[in-house]
Design a protein. Sequence first.
Length: 416
Amino acid sequence: MSRPAAPEALTEPTERAGRGWTAALALANGAIWVGWYGPLQILLALQAAELAPPGTAKESVLAWVTGAGAVVSMVANPLFGALSDRTASRFGRRTPWILAGVPGGAGALVLLAGAGTVVGMALGWCLVQLTLNAAFAAITAAVPDRVPRGRRGAVGGWLGAAQILGVVAGTGLATVAGGVVAGYLACAAFTVLGALPYALLHRDPALPAGRRPALRLRALLAGFRISPRRHPDLAWAWLTRFLINLGNALALLYLLYYLRDVLHRPDPDGGVLVLTAVNAVTLLGTVVIGGFWSDRIGRRQPFVLWAGVIMTVATGLLAGWQTWPGALCAAALLGVGFGVFTSVDFALMTQVLPAAADRGKDLGVINIANALPQVAAPVLAAPIVQHLGGYRVLYGVAAGIGLLGALLVRRIRGVA
């Protein structure tokens, strides 16, 4: 007797995803980044300065709040990824979590807008991270569900372009909305509207109810343990992403304070917006092209390596050339490097996944390499800025960490 064919959701895709599907997924991805980066770039820093108790540095408050949120993100992303792997819905495995996570994230942003204490601010930001990560885990896993391996660099490029546009839009909304509360409300509205087209118009490959894995807590938790010995390429790819993201997080965490306290910009909020826009222009010039080029020649490692080197040079400029022109040049180079890294590293990651049935969970574990730097960066940055040499030392450390991450990509054997 022949074995039944595997359901579409558990097979390697062979047909190209349509342009409409890619555009809607990219828009939803960008909308989630609006919900994250309007607060991270502007609103949380302003809120921390307002709510910091007497005698407590605003940097410490911001570090504590963003660190707590990153811990929640680090847990939520693989958890919701694993739950989406096991979701047997007529809408597919991923869409229900987008429909739940995006409105939940918008509601959490509204609650955060009304926070009157540091504790309330931290709880609100943790709730934002919890809910938006449910949607983000589903969006990320939709790519290997629907896109053949040879096309993932290009699709990753479009998602990366949407990501940086989301960062710019979030920063812009937070800057021009007219206050902290209005900024949060604007980001919340954009997050919902941007995710609607994908959630309402597209269905993911369904997992038949008869093939749904049993949802047992012990088995679910055990599944998060991925052996580096059994899957060394996944381990090295994870470490590469973690270190490059940690260097980038160290460079960006105190950007508002850097402009205000070191460069003495008269309008640091506007300065952050300008630097973000410069970064976005150069990133958009490389993120899609880098992904297409990587697909065309069938290689990933050289792109990740040189992208990391370029980002290291950019961060070094912030350490050695502490002027407004230096910051502009650094923002431009960071965009060039991070654009290529974003699209090609994403494609590389999807090619080291152990099993189709656990794509959501495994990508969630990989995405810890995005969230964990948000925890580690404040822990490292606050004492460096306050006691160990200030911003010059901070950016020198960030450059060294990013370079190490770029070099380690050469340890991956299964992907060229």
